[in-house]
Ligand binder design. Structure first.
Ligand code: NAD
Length: 273
């Protein structure tokens, strides 16, 4: 069901289906999207300080009548804020914008070379202090994960990565599984490009579903948390309508076979922002 969850390595339940709000603007758009999502039963919102919409997310949450402890909120420390004290400061600034007194998940947005280990120490401190229920990373490849875990007190609970049938990253997902790091998909709909793929259309027709629903259902069947983005009410509602069908093992295998190691977003091994 829409509010189902996976259990993180510290026992926290993370709803496996959420709303992504990248490029949704504060001042109406993001507030509406969060409102519609909560109304449709979503209980998980994914934002980041670089999206510049935490204030809008916070406003929508404060205006909703969903109890705080029933919603799971993720935000992320931006690259320019990495380092120990600067991360602690960035966290507080995010919390002020979100109008929250605790966070559910704080992620290191990208593995900034020479910085992310200090950043991780700050996340460990925030976790120890009870300000955040879970901490994790995003865009961390195997070598980044090994490096950040070397000497760490806390194993990351989540790794949020670009993930869709063109980019499955089996080695990384297996590594995460072995270390009980929950895999989470960003751009699960290929940033909209999935809608142009005829093989996905054929599969969707077979199940009487649309392409988004098939991809999002596939995420869950693969044990991957997913956070599709939309700001349109009908799509927010339709994207979550994935709990009344199951993709057969053969069709899961067909989706898996589309893998071609193709990114639509930046390369975690070579980014310059
Ligand atoms: P996405 O794959 O979720 O695709 C979103 C696009 O698909 C939008 O243009 C939307 O209008 C369109 N769309 C959504 N539902 C549709 C439907 N049913 N029919 C037709 N079109 C539809 O892309 P995304 O926004 O890049 O990724 C989702 C979320 O992941 C983001 O909002 C953000 O929260 C997160 N994210 C994280 C990182 C990171 O580095 N950690 C990077 C990118 C995105």
């Amino acid at each position: 069901d829409l509010q189902g969850s996976f259990t993180l390595n510290n026992g926290v339940e993370m709803p496996y289906f959420g709303l992504g709000v990248y490029l949704a603007e504060t001042g109406g758009e993001v507030e509406q999207a969060v409102h519609w999502a909560l109304e449709a039963g979503y209980r998980h919102i994914d934002t980041a300080s670089i999206y510049r919409n935490e204030a809008g997310v916070g406003k929508a949450l404060s205006e909703s009548n969903v109890p705080r402890d029933e919603v799971f909120i993720t935000t992320k420390v931006w690259n320019a804020d990495q380092g120990f004290q600067s991360t602690l400061d960035a966290f507080q600034a995010s919390m002020d914008r979100l109008q929250l007194d605790y966070l559910d998940l704080y992620l290191i947005h990208w593995p900034v070379a020479g910085k992310y280990k200090e950043t991780w120490k700050a996340l460990e401190q925030l976790y120890r202090d009870g300000k955040v229920r879970a901490i994790g990373v995003s865009n961390f490849m195997i070598q980044h994960l090994k490096d950040v875990m070397d000497g760490a007190e806390v194993v990351p609970m989540v790794n949020q990565m670009e993930f869709h049938p063109y980019l499955i990253r089996t080695d990384l997902r297996e590594f995460c599984q072995q270390h009980h790091i929950q895999y989470e998909a960003w751009s699960p709909l290929m940033q909209g490009k999935a809608f142009d793929l005829p093989e996905l259309k054929a599969l969707a027709d077979k199940y009487g579903k649309n392409i988004a629903q098939v991809l999002l259902r596939w995420d869950l069947q693969k044990g991957v948390i997913t956070i599709p983005k939309s700001t349109k009410q009908h799509r927010i509602v339709a994207n979550s309508d994935i709990f009344d069908f199951e993709i057969s093992p053969e069709d899961v295998a067909q989706l898996d076979a589309m893998d071609r190691d193709q990114r639509f977003g930046p390369d975690p091994d070579n980014f310059d922002f």
